[in-house]
Design a protein around this ligand. Structure first.
Ligand SMILES: *[C@@H]1O[C@H](CO)[C@@H](O)[C@H](O)[C@H]1NC(C)=O
Ligand SMILES: *[C@@H]1O[C@H](CO)[C@@H](O)[C@H](O)[C@H]1NC(C)=O
Ligand SMILES: *[C@@H]1O[C@H](CO)[C@@H](O)[C@H](O)[C@H]1NC(C)=O
Ligand SMILES: *[C@@H]1O[C@H](CO)[C@@H](O)[C@H](O)[C@H]1NC(C)=O
Length: 497
């Protein structure tokens, strides 16, 4: 009897696990998250499912061809329809998912213009059965809402090769780690716009200061001095995940979030990174902050200072975005200690940067105590002012919702860099030329000398002491400031060439 029961049980296990292939799993819950127990069986879940694109490798090849100076199709950016032909799932993928959905009474809704994201709504119990998950409810001390996640998600074999991501499942992105210990110091006063030198007593980084420092002509900003100061923050990565791009290419998307890749999960990071790839082919420059934790993630704290395994951040580590770090000071400009930089564990180094990065790796001593992935995509690509050492430090003046205030960090540097790209695009458009689009192959080749090389700095973090292991700025590209800070006239000349 007991044996019979055992055999029955075993055969049930075999049946339920037959054909289920683990898609993504994690062995532990990321720090800060606490399980409050199993998610109630009858709670409804809406899962977003990324269907595999029909030709993402072809799109990557296309992007490199479009964005590499000297290529016959240089900057001949694609239309939305052309991008769709690469990104949309194949008819086999669509029918595999449709059959699965209808066999299980699910009604998928297409939620992206290219048809590569669908959503399904189902009870927790059914999700647990269909994807061999065990959804739990988690809390985090810095988050007011609970999240429902699982430590493992599987796919029935008929969906393997057709589904890239099921979200939310194993992704623990936590609170938005965008930086600045003080994110916005509100000032009850109008905009002041002194030059870098005359602002030395207050140390405020302003449009006039930036124009002076990087040789940006005064005309565009003089029309409205506020415009360079206006920054738009995107809080939800979800808003950025719809990556079809607008009808009119030629804009810069500056996005300000940083997540630790390990918590994000590789399938989601790859899917979103591929979305940035698609934006690049449309002629859109996607610019991200490199993070404010130096070599230790989006934001360092005392618990990580002794950890010599460096923590890369996402999306800066995506090879299809331009990651921007922070400098401080004016004579000479130096890398600030918190400027995010490092090497991805998910994304291999793209060919456009292998030579520059190999030169940097040679500067690292053989007894270097830091552990990082030398074969990964290295970031940042460039840098801009993001901090002023005087007063409270966060002396980068912005106008947000009509209010004048001070911020700091790579969150200030990346929109500044994006505005410089926008000014160059204005001139390209006025000259009847295509916009810059995906920047990196251009930055690493013909434009690599259009930057002031920043050679001083150690990115151990804002909190971690300078004695903590980190990278050092070096001659040429380095993992603190990329190629350095822009020289407007040279960047413009390289763009117009
Ligand atoms: C500030 O003044 C110093 C000395 O006059 C000069 O060398 C430096 O280039 C100036 N800084 C800027 C950003 O113009
Ligand atoms: C300048 O920009 C600010 C901020 O966007 C805006 O409120 C103001 O109306 C603009 N002024 C002019 C003259 O365009
Ligand atoms: C290093 O990065 C590569 C991708 O470039 C990845 O395949 C590999 O797993 C990474 N190694 C570690 C230890 O994370
Ligand atoms: C990082 O640099 C800033 C500016 O120089 C300084 O205020 C801060 O104390 C530094 N952090 C550490 C841990 O030294």
């Amino acid at each position: 009897m007991a044996l019979y029961k055992l055999l029955t049980l075993l055969s049930i296990i075999a049946m339920t696990s037959a054909g289920m292939i683990v898609h993504e799993s994690r062995t532990f819950v990321p720090a800060g998250f606490v399980s409050e127990g199993l998610a109630p069986a009858n709670d409804m879940l809406t899962l977003r499912v990324a269907l595999t694109s029909n030709n993402i490798a072809g799109l990557e090849e296309k992007l490199m061809s479009l964005s590499t100076p000297g290529s016959p199709e240089f900057r001949q950016w694609l239309s939305m329809e052309e991008v769709k032909s690469f990104v949309q799932p194949s008819s086999e993928t669509v029918s595999a998912f449709s059959s699965f959905a209808s066999a299980n009474g699910l009604e998928p809704t297409v939620i992206s213009p290219n048809g590569d994201w669908v959503s399904i709504t189902l009870p927790v119990s059914q999700a647990n059965q269909l994807f061999a998950t065990q959804f739990e409810v988690f809390t985090h001390p810095d988050m007011s809402d609970t999240i429902t996640r699982t430590l493992s998600v599987s796919l029935p074999s008929e969906l393997v090769g057709h589904v890239d991501v099921i979200h939310p499942t194993t992704q623990f992105t936590g609170p938005n780690t965008r930086l600045a210990p003080t994110s916005f110091i509100s000032l009850d006063r109008p905009v002041v716009d002194p030059s870098c030198n005359s602002s030395l007593p207050s140390g405020v980084v302003t449009p006039t200061c930036l124009q002076e420092l990087y040789g940006i002509p005064a005309t565009p900003a003089a029309e409205n001095a506020s415009s360079l100061l206006v920054t738009a923050y995107e809080d939800e990565f979800a808003q950025t995940a719809d990556l079809s791009g607008p009808d009119d290419a030629g804009i810069e998307a500056n996005l300000d979030v940083q997540y630790t890749t390990a918590n994000f999960g590789s399938s989601m990071a790859i899917k979103i990174c591929n979305g940035y790839m698609a934006l690049g082919t449309r002629g859109i420059s996607v610019v991200f902050a490199s993070g404010d934790g130096g070599v230790r993630g989006g934001h360092d704290d005392t618990s990580v200072c002794d950890d010599n395994t460096f923590i890369p951040v996402f999306p800066a580590a995506c090879p299809f975005v331009t990651a921007v770090g922070s400098t401080q000071g004016f004579g000479p400009e130096k890398a600030i200690n918190f400027t995010g930089g490092g090497f991805s564990n998910f994304f291999p180094a793209p060919s456009y940067q292998t030579a520059a990065v190999a030169s940097f790796l040679k500067t690292i001593p053989s007894d270097f105590a830091g552990t990082f992935n030398q074969s990964g995509r290295a970031y940042p690509d460039a840098s801009v002012q993001g901090f002023s050492p005087s007063l409270q430090g966060w002396n980068f003046e912005i106008v947000s919702d009509g209010e004048v205030g001070l911020v700091g960090g790579t969150s200030a540097s990346s929109p500044t860099f994006a505005s410089i790209i926008a000014l160059i695009n204005d001139q390209l458009i006025a000259a009847g030329k295509p916009v810059l689009g995906f920047l990196n192959p251009f930055i690493y080749s013909t434009a690599s000398t259009a930057f002031t090389d920043i050679t001083i700095g150690h990115n151990s973090g804002f909190v971690c002491p300078a004695s903590s292991v980190a990278f050092d700025a070096a001659v040429g590209w380095d993992a603190l400031t990329g190629f350095g800070t822009p020289i407007f006239s040279e960047l413009l000349a390289a763009a117009m060439a």
